[in-house]
Design a protein around this ligand. Structure first.
Ligand SMILES: N[C@@H](CCC(=O)N[C@@H](CS)C(=O)NCC(=O)O)C(=O)O
Length: 311
């Protein structure tokens, strides 16, 4: 495995190399056409998880076919359980190198492949979910939610910025820190934000009230992995998700929506982190717990909202 980028013990996430954009009119060279693009994901990866949630919430399963890699990764990078029937690839690296033979970065999911040009369009996760709503609007199922409404974009971006830095990426900063200071800094910021979100959700069913937005899609994958992986493996253990009644109820409320629950695979999540990241878990032993009931009644109806976003 390529060494992780560290700066004085602080984990630094690499910048995305592929940043093409699919648009409804094809202006940038990539027109939205059903069946043309292939989405590559790992069910373990939180950044990929959100693309699966949005694809399902918007009813784009047929328009955007998906391929899932094996949850365990070695130094060769993500691998397919069987060669991918569309691209013929056995390793995700083949798609990156076919797109750019000089590529030297990590081979990451999620990424979107164009079957017409035989190249990767993008591996830029925030762009992928927004693009699904914008470029593929014409192919959404009737009644699909608008997750990124124009009037809320600024506020959603602001909250997403905080959640990305301190929560989504914050758990990685804590887990991959190789200095005490870097770890303390990350954990403090993480639990401060969780505390703020806990308060916010006392009077709002979702992060922006009664409607689901991109902000919920961004937060949920980290919550789904929190007690199972981040609490132990990444040392994010000041509190469990289950110790935050509003956040925990909110996470179960989302889990009850098929787009969230049916894309959440706890077994692959646990095996991926504990087996793949041997530098922080050398034995590769996967813990049995935690024993959480994600289907327990969440009682969030009392906070408001119809909860009527089920796809
Ligand atoms: N490119 C993503 C990050 C995606 C990412 O880091 N994915 C991880 C899995 S959770 C991955 O594919 N890692 C492969 C590797 O590090 O070799 C972003 O926009 O921040």
């Amino acid at each position: 495995m390529t060494a992780r980028e560290l700066d004085g013990g602080r984990f630094v996430r690499q910048a995305n190399r592929f940043t093409g954009t699919i648009t409804a009119d094809g202006e940038g060279g990539y027109p939205a056409e059903p069946g043309r693009y292939r989405l590559f994901v790992s069910l373990a990866c939180p950044w990929a998880h959100r693309t699966l949630i949005v694809r399902r919430l918007l009813g784009l399963e047929e328009a955007i076919p998906v391929a899932v890699v094996d949850p365990i990764r070695d130094e060769r990078g993500w691998r397919f359980p069987e060669p991918d029937p569309v691209t013929g690839a056995t390793f995700l690296s083949e798609l990156y190198l076919a797109s750019d033979p000089g590529y030297e970065g990590r081979y990451t999911v999620p990424c979107v492949w164009d079957t017409v040009t035989g190249r990767l369009v993008t591996n830029d996760f925030p762009a992928i979910t927004i693009m699904m709503g914008d470029a593929f609007a014409a192919f959404r199922s009737p009644g699909a939610p608008d997750l990124y409404p124009a009037e809320l974009r600024e506020e959603i971006d602001e909250l997403n910025g905080l959640v990305y830095t301190t929560v989504n990426n914050g758990v990685y900063k804590a887990g991959f820190a190789t200095s005490q200071d870097a770890y303390e800094e990350a954990v403090e910021a993480l639990f401060a934000t969780l505390g703020r979100l806990e308060e916010r959700l006392a009077s709002r069913r979702y992060l922006f009230g009664d409607r689901l937005t991109e902000a919920d899609v961004r937060l949920y994958p980290t919550l789904a992995r929190f007690d199972a992986v981040y609490h132990g493996h990444f040392k994010c253990n000041l509190r469990r998700l289950a110790d935050h009644p509003n956040l925990w109820g909110y996470a179960r409320d989302l889990y009850a929506i098929p787009a969230f629950g049916e894309t959440t695979d706890f077994d692959q999540i646990k095996r991926h982190y504990y087996v793949t990241q041997r530098d922080i878990n050398p034995s590769g032993v996967v813990p049995r717990g935690p024993l959480l009931d994600w289907t327990a009644p969440h009682g969030r109806n009392r906070v408001g909202g119809s909860g009527d976003h089920r796809s």
